[in-house]
Design a protein around this ligand. Structure first.
Ligand code: GDP
Ligand code: MN
Length: 357
């Protein structure tokens, strides 16, 4: 599950990782007591909010009310926030990228950094990133010096080392699969602050964390990232069919972005949430939807598909195969909206492959 920024930052602060001072704002909250100027940030579970109008500075009380109202009504890639994060404005000298992530091929944790963090991080070639395999706390501590040199933060070596050690503690103890600070800011006051945070937790370790009560939970089903830069996203019901769908994608030499089992109790809202989740990936060229419905109802899936079609801008092409409970009804509805249906998973994949060539 991917946490919202304010949820992730709350966890960072438990590990004494420096974050900007801030408060969480819900729609019904009064804005009277808020100090100015401040930054207002839309709490949606995807990155790139800065470029999409989700991060704004308010200088006056009028601006604050206007911006808050605007952000609460401004969907970002299909997500409308129910929470805003209001933070002190930080004076940025430099922005860095810093993350810990699971590298599945290597079955290991990697520390990844870039000198040039911030909103354009996607544009840097892979080879310009600092990458270091860290299998123990000792590995983390011992790369403090080289990381400081790479980032040009030699004077900040001790602080930086302390930050990466704390991030590592946080990453391992919280069962994270991704902990990304972008940007890590060097302020004009010469301190380091985690100005933004994306944290993905391993749903499989939910049982170890009775405290995991996140707003982000409602956005997620059994959703696992496979390749962040994958080109094909998948939606299926049942773990077996979901795995077969991912295998099918890979078997056609396409890169699957995710595994998703919408589960037997899936309804329109939960399937729509799956589409929203998929929109977080930067490289999706197609979504393969493979439903063989028993308990799941195809008409609920169809309603979610129509909702996604109307509400989500830039929704990639859909390759849909529906069979089982209420599939006739679902097909009628979808075909009435000129949505193409395929007879089998293989037909979906052949079409997806053709479209990407
Ligand atoms: P994202 O676009 O979803 O990753 O959202 P971020 O929280 O990373 O914000 C995007 C960009 O807004 C950052 O890279 C900063 O350049 C800028 N930004 C965010 N907060 C502040 C702030 O307090 N002060 C200043 N000057 N810029 C900020
Ligand atoms: Mn960011």
């Amino acid at each position: 599950m991917i946490l919202l920024e304010y949820e992730a930052k709350k966890i960072l602060s438990n590990y004494n990782i420096p974050i900007p001072r801030g408060v969480v704002i819900k729609k019904e909250d009064s804005l009277d007591t808020i100090s100015l100027p401040c930054v207002l940030k839309s709490q949606v579970p995807i990155g790139g909010r800065g470029k999409l109008g989700g991060v704004k500075v308010a200088n006056t009380a009028t601006e604050l009310t206007d911006i808050a109202t605007q952000l609460f009504h401004h969907p970002i890639k299909g997500f409308t926030p129910s929470t805003l994060l209001k933070e002190e404005v930080i004076a940025i000298d430099k922005e860095f990228y810093l993350s810990l992530r699971i590298n599945r091929e290597m079955a290991s944790i990697f520390l990844v950094a870039h000198t040039d963090g911030g909103v354009d991080i996607e544009e840097h070639p892979q080879e310009t990133f600092y990458k270091k395999q860290v299998v123990s706390k000792h590995d983390v501590t011992s790369c403090g010096q080289t990381l400081a040199e790479y980032l040009g933060l030699e004077e900040k070596e001790f602080l930086l080392t302390e930050i990466i050690e704390r991030l590592y503690n946080c990453f391992t103890r919280e069962d994270a699969t991704l902990l990304e600070i972008n940007p890590l800011v060097l302020t004009k006051q010469n301190t380091l602050v985690a100005a933004d945070c994306k944290m993905e937790l391993d749903d499989a370790s939910d049982f170890r964390h009775p405290d995991w009560e996140f707003e982000a939970k409602k956005h997620n089903a059994n959703f696992v990232t496979l390749h962040e830069h994958g080109t094909i996203a998948t939606v299926a019901n049942g773990a077996g069919l979901a795995m077969a769908t991912v295998d099918g994608v890979a078997g056609h030499n396409l890169l699957p972005a995710n595994f998703l089992d919408i589960g037997g109790g899936a309804n329109e809202a939960s399937v729509y949430a799956a589409f929203q989740n998929i929109m977080q990936y930067p490289n999706i060229h197609g979504i393969v939807i493979n439903i063989f419905a028993g308990i799941t109802r195809c008409d609920e899936v169809a309603k979610a598909i129509l909702q996604a079609k109307t509400k989500i801008t830039n929704l990639p092409p859909l390759y849909i195969r529906l069979a089982g409970t209420n599939s006739d009804e679902a097909k009628k509805v979808l075909q009435a909206h000129d949505i193409i249906l395929y007879r089998s998973l293989d037909d979906c994949l052949v079409a997806a492959k053709e479209a990407t060539q």
